[in-house]
Structure formats: C-alpha cells, structure tokens
Design a protein around this ligand. Structure first.
Ligand code: MIG
Length: 765
C-alpha cells in the first residue's frame, strides 16, 4: 500500500479531456517491455495511487517509443506495439505484427429484451437470472477472436478454462455446494488475474482494483470478453508473454511469490471441526502411530477457544495448549490453531479492551465501533488496513507462539458475518486515509494474512505457516490457502483439480482442498478417491464439519485405511520433489501443480483438461473422480511416460484406457526424469529427513539399459528458518549416465548447509 510512482520518468501516453472518461485521464505506461499498465487518473487533487497487491513501489522501466499518426497513437516496446485510438480503444500486436488483443464495442445485454417486471417475477419464484446489477464505473470489452482459452481468476468454481462463464470478485462465504451456477460466480477469494492463451500468443490481464468487479469471458457474448469495476479507478496490467509460464513470472514479479515454507508444512495435516479436548488430540497421535500413517500437523478448530474469543483457550477442554503442543512435538507433530477476525465485544476481555482503547476496530459511518455477530456472538472487526492494528494483531500472536503453536489458520476473513453483510460504508482508517468497506472487503483477508505472517515471523523467527480462506492478488507472499467449505460429494472431488490448478496459475501455489469433503458425509470410496486425487497437493489436509461422519483415515474399514496409508506414504515419498518445486516457485512464481496446457502449450487436446494435472513437469496424475468407476481414459502428452503403478513404458500423444480399482490412482512419470524421494518416514522431523533416494526413470527400460543421460537440481536447507537467505543451503546436481558404472553422479554445486544427507542412494526404475 504505497504511493506507487517513484520512478516514472519514462515516456507514457496520457489521454485526457475525452467524452468517454469524464473527470479523469487515461494513462498508458510500460512497466517493462512486456507489462503495460493502463489506468485512469482522476482530476482530484487528493488522489493517491496505491495498491494492496504490490508490496514495493512500482517501477516503470519499460522503453516506450511513441508516435502519432492522425488520431492513432502508436507506442512500442521491444516486444509489443500498442495502437491507441482517441476512442480509447487499444489494439496490441506482437513483434510479428500479429493482433493479440483488441478492444471492441460492448455487446448488447440479452436481458434488455425483458421488462423489469418480468425479471422481478422470475426472481420472486426463486430463480436467479444471471444479471450483474451493480453500477459499473468502468468497463473494458475485448474481442474474442475464437482461439482463446481463459485460465486463472483464483478459486472460482467450474472448469479449468473459464471461457463462456462469468465471475464476480466479492469475497463470499456460502456453504451451499459450490457449483458453476450464477450463485457461485463469487467465492471466498478475489484474484482478479487471468491468462488468455491463444494458438499464437499468450497474455495476462491483472485488474488491480479491490472494489466489486465483474468478469465476463464470452458469457453474454461469444465474440467478446469484458471486465468492469464498480468504483475506484480502472487499473489494469496487460502482461505479454511468450508462454503461460512467462506470463505467470511477470504477474508474480508484480504481486510477489510464495516464500519457501517450513518443510513440515508439506506433510499430512489432520483436522476436524472440532477436536474437543486435549485428550482427543492425544488419541489421534496414538492412532497415527498405531496405524502407521505419517502425520505432521493436527489442527484445532474454534472450540479450543474460551467462548470463541481469539487468543484464549478453553481452560477445561484445553487446560494447557503448551503442554499439548509439547507432547505432540515429542512425536514430531505440530499443532495449528484457527483464528477468526471477529473479536468478542465483552468488557474485561483483554483483546477487546485494548482494541477499543487503541482504536483498532472498524467504525460505522457515525463514528461508533461497528458491531456484527460471528462465532463469539456480538463482535467487532479489527481494521487491518492500519499498520498499527496489524502490528497489534501480530503481537497478540505471541500468545500462540508462547504455547508452541506452529501455524495459524485464518477463517471467516471475507469477512463473513451472521447478521447480514457489513454495510458498504463501514469505515477503515488506514495509514494514509480512510477507506470504506466496499473498497476493503476484498482485501480484508489479505491484510489479516499479512498481519499474521508478520506476527508469526516476529514471534517465532521461523518461516510463518498461515492458511487463509479469503485473499486477494499478492496474498501468496504471506499465506497458503484452502478452498473453504466444500462438501463430501463427487462433484467437489472433481472440482478440486481445476480449482487448485487455477489457484496455481493465479500465483497461489500452496493451496489445498478439504480432503474427504467438509460438509455432508463422505463414504469409504469417496474418501479413498479423494486421498488419491490430492496425493500431491502441497496443502494436504483432511477436514470435516461438525455433525458430519468422522473421516479420519481409520474411520471406516481396513480397505479404506490401507488405501489411505498408501497415498499418504506416496505423498511423503515425493516431498523432496515438492520442496524443490517450492524452491523453484519462490524464484519464478511457477505453480507446483500445473495444468497440462502449461507444459504442452501447442497441444490442443489439453486446452480443456479438467481431470488430469502435472506435478512440476515430471509427474502426471489422472485420478478417478467418478463413483463406481474403475477404469478411465487418460491423455498422455507427447513423449514416453512410465506407468508408476506397473513400471510399463507408454508412448504419449494419445489417449489410453487405464484400469484403476479403488486402491489405484493412475500416475505417470515422464520418461527421462530424475526424482529425489524419501524412504518410508513417519513425519518430517529433522532426524527423518537425512536420507535421500534418487530415482531415475529412463524412457527405455529394455534390459534395464539406457543411453539416456539427464540431470536434476535438488535443493536442501534446514527447512525451518531464514538462514537460507544467508546462503545456508545446498544445491545438488544429480546426473545419470549409462556410461558410468553406477549411473548416478551427485555433485554439490552450492554447499552452505552443514547438515547434509547422511546417505544418498540411487535406484533405476
Ligand atoms: O461458520 O470454524 O470454512 O473450515 O471448520 C463455520 C468452523 C466456520 C468455516 C470454515 C471451516 C471451519 C468452520 N468455519
């Protein structure tokens, strides 16, 4: 949230005094050669150009060559050319003069054919026509040429490719089953960024405006797409890239990347709303050990608190959080607690009293502290736009870190409320100025995550582990995310894949869904398929709602338990690979779980691939997500794929039929891959991560001889704190060559971390 312009002495295009935008001018700047910022600047003196998504001031450093001919201004960088008309329409061409992106006239609204009365009548009967009724301040409409696919937009429902659908950015908590209908155009998160993939050329659009916004991707008109804002300024970035990867790198160069996580956070997490006592938690630990299921974290939901008051514990059910975390830690397991933003309004409760005394809560228009109702009953809402309030919140986290709590799970931060929505005009006084709820709503969770990240860092000196339900562009710098209240239904198992993929494409790589489903009741088969489908999920947590069937791994029968164990162990085996992908992500912003289109951009077969994903570029997962199914078709892109279950080599660039009984998840390793793995371990405690196995999957296993040679870079550090920033890490280069007696060569190319592996062994698969 800073004044963005520190360096903008570069040439830019400003158009003012037009009929089209009143009281404002339109400015077009080249942030880099590939990133163009297009924004309106109002003619008001107190305007300050701020962003919640960008941490650092924006540097405008692209070289624009500008010329004008008749009424068209041409502005070129080294990679793209913009033609800007006085009608404010912009055409964008690539280096070859190919028209990538072109503004056009908005299409007519289909609903204009109906009278208001007709629409009202249909609404009264309970049907919801797909209208976006809010007043639109600025709307941009661009042509759909025909070959576009749209990806990203965060956690939205529906499919990988968003073409033909419309979405609303307004963080929303609705526990009904999330499906691709009009009710669920908005979900918990607002990440107003999408990627447009065309057969020749790719670009992204990032609309950095926090007010309610609307995205129509060929929904009301097949020939165009649009995005619009209800208030604030038009402020979007056109991000050109030679590939989807390049677009993501640029987007995350603006909004930031997820820093390296603590290693244990990649392990298995067990949760339920709620584990009701310390005793129940300790029994879980016994069960994990007795049933031989690896586990790294147990989560405490709202009932650990005293009357749902944040930064307290219920003295009867959880007499000592510290003793509980310590006994868990002795088993190598961490304790994570939930925190809601709503603070119980109760005199004598220290958090409330302090917040009132030091003015930390949002206020109504009349100046009084704003109240609503959430879990603790009558509650007030911290004003996270103020750096003082964020610091205060962060300091309160000491209560949790003093009790050796290892991570914080932020819920209800849309913010959700029981007594109607927060009015648009609730006031949040920031460091620079006052803002209203309608501007802050979509960044409330983002700012709470920032406060939590900073508080955890300060109080623990470790890499903060935060999970959030609501977020905005840029939240990836502070927090991981889960997708909120899914249900134990097959549709939601299916939804998990495009949802996690689109989150990754939107810069949120460390994400997960509630495994087994949160609401309603899971079945043994659904739970089995769920742990299989999510077996590479970075956030790997089973969570379920109060009053639903238990869904811990042992809740059903022996068969389910065995399947569950098999896939949790598979996840642990590949954690060194996942951690490498986290390392790569921290440098590039590239997601961990990837849609096939990201690695095979020229392959038309994968444009709409909703039911398969890649882990990095070496592992392909094609889970079963249909009840009763034991066979499915799998598309394998070009190249040789090693069937992980049988070891068989399969030529790609085709569909195969794959038999997968309930204990089998179809997994394929790309021929020629080297993958670092752990032996069988109970959790990620340091003593368990000293041995590494390097697996090599040659494309050709004829007589186990191969003349393929390949290499792989592996990252290792202490997995806990920030010492890696002072070069305390190791980089290994593993290479395989058939000419070598043992095949493997392990070289240390960066040698800063002393606790190296005690043993590295190699296996040819
Ligand atoms: O209104 O804390 O999405 O994961 O278990 C429900 C209780 C509040 C919603 C979260 C869910 C959590 C539940 N919470």
């Amino acid at each position: 949230m800073k004044d963005k312009h520190v360096k903008s002495d570069m040439p830019s295009v400003t158009i003012s005094n037009t009929e089209l935008i009143k009281d404002a001018s339109l400015k077009v700047e080249a942030v880099t050669d590939n990133i163009i910022r297009i924004h309106t600047i109002p003619n008001t003196p107190d305007y300050n150009d701020t962003s919640f998504a960008l941490e650092d001031p924006l540097e405008v450093k692209g070289k624009f060559n500008i010329s004008q001919y008749n009424s068209t201004i041409t502005a070129s960088t080294n990679t793209i050319t913009l033609k800007i008309k006085t009608t404010l329409e912009i055409d964008i061409y690539d280096k070859d003069g190919y028209l990538l992106c072109s503004d056009c006239e908005p299409a007519n609204d289909e609903l204009d054919e109906y009278t208001k009365a007709e629409i009202e009548q249909v609404k009264q009967e309970g049907h919801m026509p797909d209208t976006f009724d809010d007043n639109i301040k600025y709307k941009v409409t661009k042509r759909i040429f025909g070959d576009e696919a749209f990806y990203g937009l965060g956690d939205k429902t529906g499919f990988l490719n968003k073409r033909g659908y419309e979405y609303i950015m307004w963080n929303s908590d609705n526990p009904e089953p999330h499906v691709e209908n009009a009710t669920f155009r908005a979900l918990y998160k607002s990440i107003p960024f999408f990627i447009v993939h065309r057969s020749k050329g790719t670009y992204g659009i990032f609309l950095d405006n926090t007010y309610k916004s609307h995205f129509d991707l060929g929904f009301s008109d097949a020939g165009s797409y649009s995005f619009s804002v209800t208030d604030g300024e038009l402020n979007y970035y056109f991000i050109y890239g030679e590939s989807i990867k390049e677009v993501i790198k640029s987007y995350t160069s603006l909004t930031g990347r997820s820093p390296l996580p603590q290693l244990w956070t990649l392990g298995y997490h067990q949760s339920r709303w709620s584990y009701m006592s310390a005793k129940e938690v300790l029994e879980l630990v016994d069960n994990f050990e007795n049933y031989d299921i690896p586990c790294d974290a147990i989560h405490l939901d709202i009932d650990y608190m005293d009357k749902f008051k944040v930064f307290t514990n219920d003295k009867e059910r959880f007499p000592s959080l510290k003793e509980l975390s310590d006994s868990l830690n002795n088993h190598g397991i961490k304790l994570v607690t939930i925190i809601d933003p709503g603070v119980k309004a109760e005199d004598g409760y220290n958090i409330y009293d302090e917040g009132i005394k030091y003015n930390h809560f949002a206020r109504s228009k009349d100046g009084t502290v704003y109240h609503n109702v959430v879990w603790p009953g009558d509650a007030v809402f911290p004003n996270f736009t103020s750096s003082n309030t964020r610091e205060w919140w962060g300091n309160n986290i000491k209560y949790l870190t003093d009790n050796n709590i290892s991570g914080i799970w932020n819920d209800m931060n849309e913010p959700a409320s029981f007594k109607g929505a927060l009015p648009d005009d609730v006031v949040f006084a920031g460091d620079d100025k006052e803002r209203l709820h309608k501007e802050i709503h979509n960044v409330y969770g983002h700012l709470m995550a920032k406060a939590t990240y900073e508080g955890l860092k300060k109080n623990s000196q470790k890499r903060p582990f935060v999970i959030t339900r609501a977020c905005y562009s840029g939240s990836q710098k502070y927090t991981t995310a889960w997708t909120g209240d899914n249900q134990s239904i097959w549709t939601h198992l299916k939804l998990a894949i495009p949802q996690l993929l689109n989150l990754g494409l939107s810069g949120m790589p460390f994400a997960g869904v509630d495994i087994g489903g949160f609401g309603s009741n899971t079945t043994p088969e659904l739970l089995s398929r769920w742990i299989e489908a999510c077996c590479f999920s970075p956030l790997f947590r089973n969570h379920s709602a109060k009053l639903t069937h238990r869904q811990e791994p042992w809740a059903f029968d022996e068969t389910t338990l065995n399947i569950y164990r098999k896939y949790v162990k598979l996840h642990y085996k590949f954690i060194p690979y996942l951690y490498d992908l986290c390392y790569e992500e921290s440098l590039t912003g590239l997601p961990i779980l990837r849609p096939l289109i990201m690695e095979y951009e020229d392959d038309k077969n994968v444009i709409n691939c909703n039911d398969e994903y890649l882990v990095g570029s070496s592992i392909l997962v094609a889970p079963i997500t249909d009840q009763g199914a034991t066979v499915r078709s799998v598309y394998l892109p070009k190249g040789v794929w090693v069937d992980y279950n049988s070891g068989k080599r399969i030529n790609g660039n085709r569909y195969i039929l794959y038999k997968a009984p309930v204990d089998v998840c179809p997994i394929f390793i790309k021929g020629g891959s080297i993958l670092p793995v752990y032996p069988d371990i109970p959790n990620l405690a340091p003593e368990n991560t000293r041995k590494l196995i390097v697996e090599f999957y040659p494309s050709d296993d004829t007589d186990n001889k191969t003349n393929e040679s390949c290499y792989y870079m592996h990252y290792q550090d202490n997995g806990t704190d920030f010492k890696y920033q002072a070069e305390e890490y190791n980089l290994y280069k593993f290479s395989f060559s058939s000419n070598r007696p043992n095949g493997l060569k392990a070289e240390l190319t960066q040698n800063g971390y002393k606790n190296k592996y005690t043993n590295i062994s190699a296996v040819i698969k």
